[in-house]
Design a binder for this molecule. Structure first.
Ligand SMILES: [Zn+2]
Length: 511
């Protein structure tokens, strides 16, 4: 057991549509978290995947005239392609129709049954097909025609349903769950979200129905093949299955360091899931991080419902890395944020093309022009303190998963360096033969800033920052701890293709 492997998971996406920007920001954010840990020298295991069972999948497949398996295969291919396009560096892609997952779920059910936590009961209530969940009346709202509707799926009817099911004794875990939140105040992050869940638990927990009698597209209930395992035991167990459970070596990864989820599914990850793990006698994840949503002109954009965005169009607009940058810069990772196409264009030009792109370009072209394409030896110049301060600030906020602030710390260093270039005007110095030798210092300092930025921004723009680092002959990436002692003297510096072409250049790629 290594003990130091950082296991981070994304909520698996429901296989019932195309990947959209709500799915994308989650994966991009987790990828940045994972890449940051790698920059810190940690071994990371990052898993994402697909939730492929359930009534909606079955219905969609029927409507398309194909088998549910064909349907989910096709959707999984599309999601995986989108994540590769966005340079999401995942280590594993788990699908709940895989045999390894079905084995894990069956073992989970057996363990919970052995703990005496299931009983047969009858369930009746309103059922929302959109949520695939029974709803209490107080969880529903009335529309203008006085019909009861699920607030998340106002366009779908809720139906009164009765069936015999297996129930999980969630109610008996109330005390242990409260103790969890007492003993581990940082179990659910960001700060503040735990109070909400505490109130849910304090309000009393009802047992939950965990099987379905009339849902063939699911994992058969061990020992009761008339039933299939209902969505939450099925879906949540993916985190264990991806770690290799029930085989012994799952302890190499489990417990997870972070489950990163959208805030709409916090209750399932912070009440149901810990209770299920307690029942099965398994360790709990160390942290759950519940990120917020993108607001789009006032409308909420969650994983399950909301404005559909042509993800591909947004990727095409300024390239995949610019989209990654914009989303994590604009939408706070610990809260909600507003999407705006205008802001995207604006930030692309002012921050990526003008600030960062310009700094990189002018630094490396001066090294080419004035120093024959070789980074000069460094001498003491003002930069070192600013660089060290920026790195320190960056690490502090990144350790706290405040990704948007991590970008801000890096970009402030870029702005500072551009200001330094303007004030120092090395090109003027270069024209004066008496002072040309003094150019070594500012050029060495600027090269150091550029190298630092290539590392700090690597979690956000891994492909572009590798290109930038290559312009200074740097390895991809330079780990954070190696930045301090990094010696750039004598390295070849040569410009590559423009990192962030301005929109007018994007249209006319030749110069
Ligand atoms: Zn619903």
């Amino acid at each position: 057991m290594s003990g130091s492997r950082f296991y981070i998971t994304a909520a698996i996406d429901y296989a019932n549509g195309a990947p959209h920007i709500g799915h994308a920001i989650e994966k991009i954010g987790i990828d940045a978290m994972a890449r940051y840990r790698r920059l810190c020298g940690q071994a990371v295991h990052f898993v994402l995947g697909m939730d492929e069972h359930g009534l909606k999948v079955q219905q969609s497949a029927e409507a398309a005239g194909i088998s549910p398996q064909q349907w989910v295969d096709e959707i999984a291919t599309r999601f995986e392609a989108a994540w590769r396009r966005l340079a999401i560096g995942f280590d594993d892609f788990i699908r709940t129709t895989q045999p390894r997952h079905e084995r894990a779920v069956a073992e989970m059910v057996r363990r919970m049954a052995a703990a005496g936590d299931f009983y047969r009961g009858s369930y009746e209530g309103y059922y929302c097909v959109g949520c695939e969940a029974f709803k209490r009346e107080d969880e529903l709202v009335r529309n203008e025609r006085d019909e009861l509707r699920c607030p998340v799926h106002p366009g779908r009817e809720v139906t009164w349903t009765h069936e015999e099911n297996w129930f999980f004794r969630l109610s008996s875990y109330q005390d242990r769950l409260l103790r969890l939140f007492d003993e581990q105040p940082d179990f659910l992050q960001p700060e503040g979200r735990a109070n909400e869940i505490r109130r849910v638990i304090e309000g009393g927990l009802e047992d939950i129905s965990v099987s379905r009698a009339r849902l063939p597209w699911g994992i058969p209930w061990p020992g009761d093949p008339e039933h299939t395992v209902y969505v939450w035991i099925d879906a949540l167990t993916n985190y264990l299955a991806a770690a290799g459970f029930p085989d012994g070596d799952h302890e190499r990864l489990w417990p997870a360091d972070y489950h990163v989820i959208g805030k709409d599914i916090t209750r399932f990850h912070c009440v149901y899931w810990p209770a299920m793990l307690m029942s099965a006698g398994l360790p709990l994840p160390r942290h759950v991080w519940a990120h917020g949503f993108i607001n789009f002109g006032g409308a909420k954009l969650s994983k399950s419902e909301g404005v559909r965005f042509e993800l591909e169009e947004l990727i095409e607009r300024h390239g995949p890395e610019a989209l990654r940058y914009y989303l994590l810069r604009e939408i706070p990772w610990n809260g909600d944020g507003e999407w705006s196409l205008e802001r995207f264009d604006e930030r692309y030009v002012s921050e990526l093309a003008n600030n960062l792109g310009n700094l990189a370009n002018r630094t490396i072209s001066m090294i080419e022009r004035y120093r024959g394409g070789v980074v000069p030896g460094r001498r003491q110049e003002i930069k070192d303190q600013q660089i060290a301060a920026a790195v320190l600030r960056y690490r502090g906020v990144m350790d706290a998963n405040l990704l948007h602030q991590g970008i801000a710390a890096a970009m402030e260093l870029a702005s500072y360096a551009n200001g330094f270039v303007e004030a120092r005007a090395p090109w003027a110095q270069a024209k004066d033969p008496a002072r040309a030798a003094e150019l070594d210092d500012p050029l060495a300092a600027l090269a150091r800033v550029v190298a630092t930025l290539a590392t700090l921004l690597q979690p956000f723009m891994p492909v572009k920052m590798a290109e930038l680092g290559a312009q200074l002959s740097l390895p991809d990436p330079v780990p954070l701890d190696a930045l301090t002692g990094l010696d750039l003297a004598g390295r070849p510096g040569a410009r590559g293709p423009v990192l962030f072409p301005r929109p007018e250049q994007e249209k006319k790629p030749t110069k």
